[in-house]
Design a binder for this molecule. Structure first.
Ligand code: ZN
Length: 270
C-alpha cells in the first residue's frame, strides 16, 4: 500500500490531503507543489495477466469511434515527430499506445515500431485492426529495461504521463531505453492553467462543496487522470533524468491548456 504523504514527484514526505472529492482526495506537496490523487491502478506484473476483457461488437464499435476522434490529433503528432527526426528506419516506442493508431501511423512512415498498452481490449483491437502487436509489460519491466537499454531513437507518450501510477519512474524508465541523442515526445494537460485556478477557487469559495470542476480533471476510475504537472515541474523532471527540452508549446492541434514537449537525450548520457 502506497503512503500518499510521500510525494510522487519529489519523494519527500510532505504531501497533504487538500481537496476532498467524492471518491478521491487530491494531495498537494508542500515541498514541490505537485498535485496527485490517492489512487493507483492495479497493473499485473510478470506472467500474471488477469485482464481477460475481450473484444466484442460493442467494444469494437466504441473503439472505432475513439480512433476517429483521435485521428487528426495523432496525425498532427506524427508531423511534429517528423519535423525533428524522420521516423523512416527509426526504432520507435509508443507508450500507452491505446488502440494502436499511432504505432500504425509510425509503421506507415517506415519506422520499426514497438508499443506498450496495459489494457487487453486495446491490444486485441490493435492486432485485429492494424496488425500491430502491443506489449502488456510496462516500461519498468525487465523486458524493456534489460532487453532494450539505450535502444530507441524515438519514444512517445501521448496523453499518458497524467495517467500512470508513478510518472517520475515511468520517465526514468523511458530515459533508460532511449539512445543517447534519442528523442522523447509527450503531451499532457497542464495544471498551471486558468481552468485549474477556477477549480481551486470554486472549491475554496464553496467551503469544499463544489467539487464538480475538479472531478472533471481527476478520477479514481482505472486508467484515468491521477496527477497533473505544471510546465516547470515537467521541464525540471525531464531535465533531471537526462533530457534537454528542445521545444515546449501548445500546438495548433491542441487547446491552450495542454503542453507538448519535445526533448532530446544528451549525447553523452548513458
Ligand atoms: Zn513534492
Amino acid at each position: 500500500m502506497y503512503d500518499f504523504s510521500r510525494c510522487k514527484l519529489c519523494a519527500s514526505h510532505s504531501a497533504h490531503p487538500t481537496y476532498h472529492l467524492k471518491n478521491t482526495t487530491i494531495y498537494v506537496c508542500a515541498e514541490c507543489g505537485f498535485h496527485f490523487i490517492d489512487h493507483l491502478d492495479i497493473i499485473p506484473s510478470g506472467s500474471q495477466d488477469d485482464d481477460t476483457t475481450t473484444l466484442d461488437r460493442k467494444s469494437l464499435d466504441y473503439i472505432d469511434g475513439r480512433i476517429d476522434a483521435q485521428s487528426r490529433q495523432l496525425r498532427g503528432n506524427l508531423l511534429l515527430v517528423s519535423r525533428h527526426r524522420s521516423p523512416a528506419g527509426a526504432h520507435c516506442l509508443d507508450i500507452g499506445a491505446g488502440a494502436g493508431l499511432f504505432p500504425s501511423l509510425l509503421a506507415e512512415a517506415g519506422a520499426v515500431v514497438h508499443g506498450i498498452e496495459p489494457q487487453n481490449l486495446f491490444r486485441e483491437y490493435a492486432l485485429k485492426r492494424f496488425g500491430i502487436l502491443l506489449h502488456r509489460e510496462t516500461i519498468d519491466d525487465r523486458y524493456w529495461q534489460q532487453g532494450f537499454a539505450g535502444f530507441f531513437d524515438i519514444a512517445t507518450l501521448w496523453d499518458v504521463i497524467e495517467h500512470v501510477n508513478f510518472p517520475a519512474e515511468t520517465l526514468r524508465g523511458v530515459s533508460a531505453v532511449t539512445k543517447p541523442g534519442g528523442w522523447l515526445f509527450l503531451d499532457t494537460p497542464r495544471r498551471d492553467s486558468l481552468f485549474y485556478r477556477i477549480c481551486e477557487w470554486s472549491y475554496r469559495l464553496s467551503g469544499g462543496s463544489n467539487r464538480l470542476l475538479f472531478e472533471s480533471l481527476y478520477s479514481p476510475q482505472p486508467f484515468r487522470h491521477k496527477q497533473l504537472f505544471t510546465r516547470s515541474q515537467l521541464v525540471n523532471l525531464v531535465e533531471r533524468i537526462g533530457f534537454t527540452v528542445v521545444s515546449l508549446n501548445s500546438s495548433v492541434f491542441r487547446p491552450n491548456d495542454r503542453m507538448v514537449l519535445v526533448c532530446r537525450k544528451s549525447q553523452d548520457a548513458r
